[in-house]
Design a protein around this ligand. Structure first.
Ligand code: FMN
Length: 232
């Protein structure tokens, strides 16, 4: 039976969510991905093959989002002249002109259009109409009361989950990336001629690093994870 949480893998087949063997194998690979991913400061200008970029897009597209509304879009910049223009709006950080592809993640604040799209696609996927109506009604009730900065902040939080898939996904595919917030969103909107509903939120240049990364510096485990006092 198809449900709202049903997912397909990249080959179009159903994923068995509770398979312990699959989960264990995936965890080991994920450990290596997370531990070896670094924010690349300079790329060597080599191009990431198109099929790899496409594979990365699939990983990003399957990120979780509240209500499955997927309120983000990513503009992918490859053109060198465009990258030079954007570098100026990015404090001239070298990642922009040396990367293979620059993903510009934008929060999509047109929630009404997204709710309508989700409704259509849910019906098309075979979910019973009454189930869809009940769910979409709840989503509409939630989104209708989100305005202004609250709406943008909500969409941006989902956008960062897509970014997280992107940076770890890039590493898993054998290349690197850098999450970047050091840029002027207004400048990006203008250069990329974006509609006002798409708000540039975070960048992700991808490519092959030209420098060796430093070892990861992280705060101590006990500082980050706090025991609930009720357990003591
Ligand atoms: C939201 C966000 C914004 C960031 N912005 C920039 C940036 O503008 N320029 C940059 O060089 N690195 C940027 N970084 C990278 C961080 O400096 C880096 O993730 C952090 O130092 C930890 O290093 P690691 O990612 O290599 O483990 C950003 C990271 C995040 C998550």
């Amino acid at each position: 039976m198809t449900t709202f949480s049903a997912v397909t893998n990249t080959h179009g087949g159903q994923v068995a969510p509770n398979s312990p063997i699959k989960a264990r194998r995936a965890n080991m690979a994920f450990h290596d991905v997370v531990m070896s991913r670094t924010a690349t400061k300079h790329f060597d200008r080599r191009k990431v093959p198109a099929d790899q970029v496409r594979a990365l897009q699939d990983l990003i597209r399957h990120a979780a989002s509240a209500f499955n509304l997927q309120p983000w879009r990513a503009v992918i910049v490859e053109d060198d002249a465009r990258k030079r223009d954007l570098a100026e709006a990015t404090w001239n950080q070298p990642q922009i002109t040396t990367c293979s592809n620059l993903f510009v993640f934008c929060a999509n604040t047109d929630l009404e259009a997204l709710v309508a799209q989700l409704e259509d696609e849910s019906i098309r996927s075979g979910i019973p109409a009454d189930t869809v109506q009940a769910f979409i009604g709840a989503v509409r009730d939630f989104t209708v009361q989100l305005h202004g900065t609250e709406r943008l902040s909500w969409a941006q939080r989902q956008t960062f989950l897509a970014l997280a898939n992107g940076i770890n996904g890039a590493r898993s595919l054998g290349f690197d990336s850098c999450p970047m917030e050091g840029f002027d969103p207004g400048g990006y909107s203008e250069i990329l001629s974006l509609p006002s509903t798409l708000v540039p939120t975070v960048l992700m240049p991808i490519g092959y690093p030209s420098t060796v990364s430093r070892e990861k510096l992280r705060f101590a485990h006990d500082e980050m994870f706090l025991e609930d006092t009720a357990r003591a």
